[in-house]
Design a binder for this molecule. Sequence first.
Ligand SMILES: *[C@@H]1O[C@H](CO)[C@@H](O)[C@H](O)[C@H]1NC(C)=O
Ligand SMILES: *[C@@H]1O[C@H](CO)[C@@H](O)[C@H](O)[C@H]1NC(C)=O
Length: 405
Amino acid sequence: MLYWAMVLLTGQLASTDVQEQLSLSAASSSFSQNLYQKLSAKESTIVYSPFSIHLALTMMLLGAREDTATEMETTLGISSLGDSVHTVYRELIQQLTYVNRIKIHIGNSLYVSSDYQISPKFIEDSTNDYSAKTSSIDFSANGGAETLINDYIAAQTENRIQHFLQPETQSRDTILVLVNTVLFRGAWQNVFSRSVVEDHCSRSSTKKQDFKQASGAVIQVNMMHNTEKNIRFKRDVAHGVDVVVLPFQGKRFCLYIVLPHKLDGITDLEYLLAQPSKVEGLFSGLSLHLVDLAIPKFRTETALTLKTPLQEMGMVKAFSRMEANFTGLSHIAQVHIGQVLHRAVIDLQEMGNMASTTSFVAVVGEGKDQLYKPKTASFIADHPFVYFLRDNVTGQILFQGKFSG
Ligand SMILES: *[C@@H]1O[C@H](CO)[C@@H](O)[C@H](O)[C@H]1NC(C)=O
Ligand SMILES: *[C@@H]1O[C@H](CO)[C@@H](O)[C@H](O)[C@H]1NC(C)=O
């Protein structure tokens, strides 16, 4: 609501821009679900940032031509947006940089081989639309390029992602490296209690509890607890899942956790995610409930090599030495994408990093009495589930993952 009010008052964005933002997030979300299908089969626990991957590839599109570009647009789901997709990204990046009470830092960098000429137009467009910083680098220097890029990534992510590139991963043939980093740091609107005494032995209500893996095995995880009267929740009987929303301070960003009713329901849930148009439905129709929440406290880190999944998703020519057309990047040599690497880390804790400022107060303004149902629902995430860290305004999924213990 606030967003629409801002639009009307300031006139910064015309309504077509809002439509384009929504088209972009729908494209990015479909892309994310298609990618999830490729990745989740191999991994029981995973996290990645669809936003980051989609953004980086769309930036590469600035240099792609003909079939190479068409395939990329199709895979990214952005054919209908045409060239305006870059403007939409520019506005999105600007918007996300100034979100109240949340730290989001988006960094785009281009490392260009010092003995190679990249099209000035490509550099100019990446700078204008993606705020990309360009530096020249000697990829053939012994160990030099990796260290420099790794140091940059570590600095951009507050050291959460270190040693990203193995030594000697960049070859003499590398002419350009595009690095996108996204840092998100938020405190929960409603923190998980550390001091409420539920069992009288413990000062903290986070405690070891059973988690039933899909295989049937039972392991112990640290389970965080919270009982709140105004948590957005729904029981979706048709799809056999419960959905709960944990807002971060400011309420614009939320973590949506989708928990199957059946202990081994993750497979059915993944089947649902394979129909990207159904995913948006998971995020709607929630109402305020008194919810007895139990969510594992966890840290997940995933390193992914995306060339094969992207090829399987239809982006073939971009990786082909013979067929790629990146003449928008360079006229001098035949260039193609060698590899797409991705690493993401999520660290779910009772407070987030901003420990002391969080309270329950802000949710009250949202509370519509007629929605309030005093019956307690329980949401005990003690078996595999899927989650989405999502912008409630644009619909962008910043992070998506699966936790299986
Ligand atoms: C690449 O695309 C450009 C622009 O459409 C075209 O002029 C050029 O011939 C293409 N190159 C190859 C090798 O297909
Ligand atoms: C955001 O969340 C609120 C509930 O917290 C919901 O009513 C609203 O429709 C959501 N979407 C937007 C664009 O604000």
